[in-house]
Design a protein around this ligand. Structure first.
Ligand code: UD1
Length: 339
């Protein structure tokens, strides 16, 4: 029998979740009355997409792990819901904390809500206003059913109010991913960076840009992906580019028989600390990631976002981010102006 009074389950499933969960878990662990447990849905499962993040962020092995990776959206979401429901029924948590906008976030929020368990959503209120993004659907549904809406930037408050959220449930709390970033920067001072595979590469290149690419809108269609690779190839002739390849992108490059040219440094996915070690000194970052727009803003690194929109407008209005779409000319012109 558990003597703790408050039982909280934190949900993580995909790579961008771990850095949002870690600081909250570490903080909750300081409260003797709280039992904080972590569910890892297994949406991401490769060592370098998952385990290494837990290690780098200093958090314990998850209390529960499902093997919910791969499959269609419905298959993945359903598998997570079935597994999470069993845990919720058995352990009856007082609160479930979900983060971000991935399928694991949606699946666990829906499951908990239907069991009348309170939900807190971290990174609430972000909107790209692009319903073709699976993440936008996830964000809207999760916010609609969450009891505590933890907002990371002020646009989130405006969006939530417009959608009719009750003001008393909205809390402007800042960005837990940036807490992890600070944690990571401190850890980097302690570790011997020569152990990183990219250490020599970084030293030998001097100036370089870092690229990340994984959005279905950029990598799931052959013509679009080939066009982006052509832009990267062009830019890399002036400034070396390093691209750690996301599994989705790697699979699609293979499927479409598109080759990353030899003058671009393509790597396997990197762990949290090694990736930070790499991008913190980059001349610029080219990305379609959400989180990286915020991390580069915090570090004042120019970021070019290869999308038509962002759910994180503060990175553009107050940060270093520019939305460049995937138009070759505008991307190249922007890189030139940075250089
Ligand atoms: C998911 C999130 C996206 C987030 C991204 C970060 C959704 C809808 N999408 O997209 O919001 O930005 O994570 O990475 O939740 N795969 C592996 N190994 C892994 C993980 C995935 O091989 O460790 C493969 C999967 O089998 C699948 C593909 O990569 O074929 C995509 O994985 P999936 O979780 O479906 O979506 P992501 O594109 O990673």
């Amino acid at each position: 029998m558990n003597k703790k009074k408050i039982h909280i389950i934190l949900v993580a499933g995909a790579r961008p979740n771990f850095m949002k969960v870690a600081p909250v878990l570490l903080e909750l662990n300081k409260y003797p009355d709280v039992l904080a447990e972590v569910v890892h849905t297994g949406q991401h499962y490769d060592y370098e997409m998952s385990d290494i993040f837990l290690k780098d962020l200093g958090i314990k092995k998850p209390d529960y792990f499902f093997e919910a990776g791969t499959g269609t959206h419905a298959e993945q979401t359903a598998r997570i819901m079935l597994a999470f429901e069993k845990i919720c029924i058995k352990s009856k948590p007082n609160l479930v904390i979900v983060v971000g906008d991935v399928n694991s976030t949606l699946a666990c929020a829906l499951t908990a809500k239907k069991l009348n368990i309170k939900i807190a959503h971290i990174e609430s209120g972000l909107r790209s206003f692009d319903m073709s993004m699976p993440e936008e659907i996830n964000r809207m549904v999760v916010d609609r059913i969450s009891d505590f809406l933890f907002v990371s930037e002020k646009s989130g408050i405006v969006n939530l109010k417009r959608e009719g959220a009750d003001c008393k449930n909205i809390f402007f709390v800042g960005n837990t991913m940036i807490d992890s970033l600070l944690f990571g920067l401190n850890r980097l001072k302690e570790v011997d960076s020569r152990r990183f595979r990219t250490s020599q590469l970084k030293q030998s290149l001097g100036d370089y840009g870092v690229v990340t690419l994984h959005r279905p809108s950029n990598v799931d269609e052959k013509g679009t992906l080939a066009g982006i690779v052509a832009v990267l190839s062009h830019i890399a002739r002036k400034t070396p580019l390093i691209i750690p390849l996301h599994p989705r992108t790697r699979k699609n490059l293979r499927r479409f028989r598109i080759k990353i040219p030899n003058h671009i440094y393509s790597l396997a996915p990197l762990g949290y600390l090694e990736f930070l070690f790499l991008y913190k000194d980059a001349r610029f970052v080219l990305t379609d990631s959400g989180g990286l727009q915020e991390e580069t803003t915090f570090l004042k690194i120019p970021c070019l976002t290869l999308r038509q929109n962002t759910e994180r407008p503060v990175t553009v209005t107050q940060g270093t981010n520019t939305i460049v779409g995937n138009n070759i000319r505008s991307v190249v012109a922007k890189v030139d102006s940075i250089l």
